[in-house]
Every structure is written in structure tokens, then in C-alpha cells.
Design a protein around this ligand. Structure first.
Ligand SMILES: CC(=O)N[C@H]1[C@@H](OP(=O)(O)OP(=O)(O)OC[C@H]2O[C@@H](n3ccc(=O)[nH]c3=O)[C@H](O)[C@@H]2O)O[C@H](CO)[C@@H](O)[C@@H]1O
Ligand SMILES: C=C(OP(=O)(O)O)C(=O)O
Length: 513
């Protein structure tokens, strides 16, 4: 039987599919191994994407899990059928964050020792960065339970072997610039991609990294980077934008810079804090974590075996709370990183949402403050003022789309202003297909008139992560049957979202054409 000689990215995707289907069936790796007459470690390797699998094995796995894992011929997208209009109940925990995980994976390039990242979300964005790391020579392994990742980076990286396809499908790969500039004199990175949110510049990254000696020219399909001497030992970096990944790039460059770097207008957002906590474990001294001015004392080499537990995702917290709010349910979302949800909750309080919080407790990283939030059925009203995002501390840019579906449930008129992305607001007008009155005033502003009498409908998933989830959540509110087509993009940022919502009582069925 022929082995599927697939690129690492595909093997990782097959592994993720196997794991998702196994968990959906409620089987352990050992139970699946028994059905397949193989060992648990073989199942673990398949799920890690670290083993070529035969077509025969794939067919057997499909049979054992009663799930079509691969199809031949034209690709078959995944769709969701939702039977909505029913209240949810129960409790659900927030998963660890996509944006911290990708930053930490990029930062592991700085370390010569073993970096173990615990509690990593098994999502496509993470798999893509792992595929890129593996392609240039890093050893990246998932633990048997699929929660932890260990990374070992060799002294010599082979940038010519980079998995350009995986790299081009994520924007996060731009965070290779910061750690690589201290390791390599010259390298190329494919142009970074991501969701369809309109143009996203990398200019602030190039400005921030220039004082460290990085010079970048754009060539056909790739950035050509040359690392020169840094401008001086002590550096002052003033960011032109308080962006998250640009701050992370500057921090990673500063960590390896032999001197003191002061970064001003830094983003103090959650993923930046996670990155700083990991670098502290590596021995980098960072003053000002959680503020807009960071003072970093770098080190030319790192050779430490470190473990870091990734913190909880505020955007997933917002997504799960929204599921409860739009279905007018009482649900509890546990492990909410409260520092990054305060403004969202204050805005929701102004909209008359009833909710309660437990006392704070610490995340497994020992640093991030968590609470459990219970939301109650409420008669929502539109806020007096427009809702708009700001770099942290402000209403999170990625949480804004959830306020559109919430505003559609509220009595009155809400203006939502997404000044950040050129092309994200438009995707939310798909809510009109489910009965909402959402009008695009211009590329950045939406007028939402509620409350909505939601009705089930069929919608093709927008090519943007958060708007896609917003449509799914509106379908939970909509009476009758809805179909959301081509939902693959949701797996970029959410692990098992449909299945986890089902645990709250949502009725969602996954199917393919
Ligand atoms: C992997 C990761 O961590 N991704 C997050 C990160 O992406 P990332 O850091 O890549 O975000 P971008 O650099 O694309 O910034 C988003 C947009 O905001 C604009 N901008 C940003 C800051 C600012 O002070 N002024 C300004 O105008 C940028 O020009 C851009 O249009 O931050 C975004 C904004 O929080 C989030 O949506 C992404 O989920
Ligand atoms: C825009 C987002 O992420 P990225 O930067 O990965 O595109 C997001 O998470 O909504």
C-alpha cells in the first residue's frame, strides 16, 4: 500500500483531523489504537503529524471513527448545519490563545535549549507555524496528549527549505524577522498572508527593526532580509503603531541584542505579555511589562531548557460569552483573562447585560489573572455611544465583530466603528441573511438596528476568522435550521468550536458535500 508522502503541513492537518474525529467520538488514543490493532504511540505520532500514513491506514481510521477523513477528487469543504433558537446552558472553559502561541513558537527560535510550551491550542494557525519551523530544520514535537509542544532549534537553519505554502497562509510568519536577524546574515521570508481583512502593512516592523541592523527589500513573492550591525549598544525604538506583532518583533530583536533597548509606544496586549513572561524564563530582563514602555536588557545567546504555559485567549472568551448572550442563556465561561476583557464587560454592562464574576485566580503561567463569568438572560439595549476598538488597553480589535451580533440583539441603534481593518466590517453584513438590520455606512462603519427576529438561513462562511464565528453564533440564535458553508477558516483560530458549543446544548452537525 502506498504511503501518503504528504508535506509536513498536510501530515499535521491529517493528524489534527484524526485527533478531532477521535475526540468527537469520545475515544482515547489507546481505544482508537485497539480498534486499529496498532499501538497508542503510533496513533500519537499520526496525530502529531510526525508519521507518514498509508492510504489503507487512513481508510481504517475513517472506518474506526465513522468519519470521512479524506476525500479524493475535488476538495470537499466542511459545513455546519445548525438547529438554532434554543437556549444554551452549562459551563465552558476558555482555551489558550492563538496569538500568544504563534508568538511563542517564533520566539523559540531564539533559544538553543529546549522550549516546552504547555497548553497550546491545536489550531491550524499553530500547525502552520510549526510546519514552517520544521521545514527550516527545527524539531517540533507534540506531546502524546496533544497539549504541549517541545521545540529544539539547531544551530544551522536551512531557510532555502522553508515551507513557503504554510508561511504564505499566515501573517504571523513576519515574527521570524526579530529572532532570525541575530542568527542569520541574510535570509528570505515569503510574503505573509492571513484572513481577508484588507491591506495590512509590514512597514512598522521594518522601521522598528532597522536600528537592530535589519534591511529588507521586497522581491517577487518574498522579503529579502540582510542583518547588519546594530546602530549602537543601547537603542531607543519608537514604534509608529502600537501593534501587537510589531511590538513582539522588536522585543525578540531586543532580547538577543547585547545592550539595553527601550521600546516606546509598545503594545501591552495579552500576547505581548505572554512573550515577555517566556523571555524572562530565558533570562531576559524586561521592565515595564503590561505598559507602553519596555526596557529590555538583552543577551547574545540563550541556552536554557524552559517550560511555559500559554495563557487564556480573551478573544475566545468573548466568542463564548457571545454564544450565551445572543441565545439569551445563562452560561458560565471559566478561565476568562479579566485584564483583557474589562472594557468589553463594562460596555456590555452599559448595554444592560446581567453577569457575575467569581474572585480572581491565576492562570497556570502564574501571571495572568482569571475569573469565571456567568451571563444571564437580559433585555439588551443599544449603547449611547458608538462602539470602537483601541490598541490595548481598549476594546480589543478582534472582539469588535462580536459586538455587532450582540448589538443586533439589543433594542435600538448602535454604531460600530472598525477603524482598524480596511475590509473586516463588510463581512458582518452577512448577518442580514439571518434577519439582522446591519447596514454598511462606509468601509469602516456599521449601523445596527435591533432587536432582531433571527431566522435560519444558508450562508457561505466569510473568508475572515472572527466574522465567520459571528455568523455561526447568530445561527445559534436563529430559529429553525441554518447552514454555514465552507467553515474551514474557523479551525485557524478555534479548536473544536462546534463540538464545544454542542456541550453547552447547541445543536450543530458537521457535514461535507
Ligand atoms: C498574530 C497576532 O497577534 N495577530 C493580532 C495582531 O496582528 P498584527 O500585529 O499583525 O496587526 P497589524 O499590524 O496588521 O495591525 C492591525 C491593523 O491595525 C492598524 N493599527 C494597529 C495599531 C496601531 O496603533 N495603529 C494602527 O493603525 C494597523 O495598521 C493594521 O491595519 O494584532 C491585531 C490587532 O490587535 C489583531 O487583530 C491580530 O489578531
Ligand atoms: C486578525 C486576526 O488574526 P491574524 O493576525 O492571525 O490574522 C484574528 O485573530 O482575528
Amino acid at each position: 500500500m502506498t504511503a501518503v508522502d504528504a508535506p509536513a503541513d498536510n501530515l499535521a492537518q491529517i493528524g489534527s483531523l484524526v485527533r478531532a474525529a477521535r475526540l468527537h467520538r469520545g475515544l482515547t488514543q489507546a481505544q482508537l489504537a485497539e480498534k486499529l490493532a496498532t499501538s497508542q504511540s503510533a496513533v500519537a505520532r499520526i496525530e502529531q503529524g510526525s508519521q507518514n500514513v498509508t492510504l489503507e491506514m487512513l481508510t481504517r481510521i475513517s472506518g474506526a471513527l465513522d468519519s470521512e477523513l479524506i476525500s479524493f477528487g475535488p476538495s470537499k469543504h466542511q459545513h455546519l448545519r445548525v438547529l438554532g433558537g434554543k437556549p444554551l446552558s452549562g459551563s465552558i472553559a476558555v482555551n489558550s490563545s492563538k496569538n500568544a502561541a504563534v508568538a511563542l513558537l517564533c520566539a523559540s527560535l531564539l533559544n538553543r535549549g529546549t522550549s516546552t510550551l504547555r497548553n497550546v491550542a491545536r489550531i491550524v494557525e499553530v500547525e502552520r507555524i510549526i510546519a514552517v519551523l520544521r521545514s527550516i530544520g527545527a524539531q517540533v514535537e507534540w506531546s502524546a496528549d496533544g497539549r504541549d509542544v517541545t521545540i529544539n532549534v539547531p544551530d544551522d537553519l536551512d531557510m532555502s527549505a522553508i515551507d513557503a505554502d504554510a508561511a504564505r497562509r499566515t501573517r504571523s510568519v513576519i515574527m521570524f524577522f526579530g529572532p532570525l536577524l541575530a542568527r542569520l546574515e541574510e535570509f528570505e521570508l515569503p510574503y505573509a498572508g492571513g484572513c481577508d481583512l484588507g491591506k495590512r502593512t509590514i512597514e512598522p516592523h521594518l522601521i522598528a527593526l532597522r536600528p537592530f541592523g535589519l534591511e529588507v527589500t521586497a522581491k517577487a513573492g518574498a522579503y529579502h532580509a540582510v542583518a547588519n550591525q546594530a546602530a549602537s549598544t543601547d537603542l531607543q525604538i519608537i514604534l509608529t503603531e502600537r501593534g501587537d506583532t510589531v511590538t513582539e518583533n522588536a522585543i525578540m530583536a531586543a532580547a538577543r541584542h547585547d545592550g539595553v533597548t527601550v521600546i516606546r509606544n509598545a503594545s501591552p496586549n495579552y500576547m505581548v505579555q505572554d512573550l515577555c513572561f517566556y523571555l524572562e524564563l530565558l533570562g531576559v530582563q524586561i521592565d515595564g511589562i503590561g505598559t507602553t514602555t519596555l526596557r529590555i536588557t538583552g543577551k547574545p545567546t540563550f541556552d536554557a531548557d524552559v517550560e511555559y504555559v500559554v495563557s487564556e485567549d480573551p478573544v475566545e472568551a468573548m466568542s463564548l460569552l457571545t454564544a450565551g448572550i445572543v441565545t439569551n442563556s445563562e452560561i458560565t465561561v471559566t478561565r476568562v483573562p479579566i485584564e483583557f476583557m474589562e472594557i468589553e464587560l463594562a460596555t456590555l454592562a452599559e448595554m444592560n447585560l446581567g453577569f457575575s464574576l467569581t474572585p480572581e485566580y491565576l492562570s497556570h503561567n502564574g501571571r495572568t489573572r482569571l475569573v469565571d463569568v456567568t451571563v444571564y438572560p437580559s433585555d439588551l439595549v443599544a449603547p449611547h455611544d458608538k462602539i470602537h476598538p483601541m490598541p490595548f488597553p481598549g476594546l480589543n480589535i478582534d472582539n469588535l465583530p462580536f459586538f455587532v451580533v450582540i448589538a443586533a440583539c439589543a433594542e435600538g441603534n448602535t454604531l460600530v466603528h472598525d477603524w482598524v481593518y480596511e475590509n473586516r466590517a463588510i463581512h458582518l453584513t452577512d448577518l442580514t441573511r439571518l434577519g439582522a438590520d446591519v447596514r454598511l455606512l462606509d468601509a469602516h462603519r456599521l449601523n445596527v438596528n435591533g432587536p432582531t427576529h433571527w431566522v435560519g438561513s444558508e450562508v457561505i462562511c466569510p473568508p475572515a476568522l472572527r466574522p465567520a464565528v459571528v455568523i455561526l453564533l447568530a445561527m445559534l440564535a436563529a430559529r429553525g435550521e441554518s447552514v454555514l458553508r465552507n467553515v474551514d477558516i474557523i479551525a485557524r483560530g478555534y479548536e473544536q468550536l462546534a463540538q464545544r458549543l454542542e456541550e453547552l446544548g447547541a445543536r450543530i452537525e458537521t457535514f461535507r458535500d
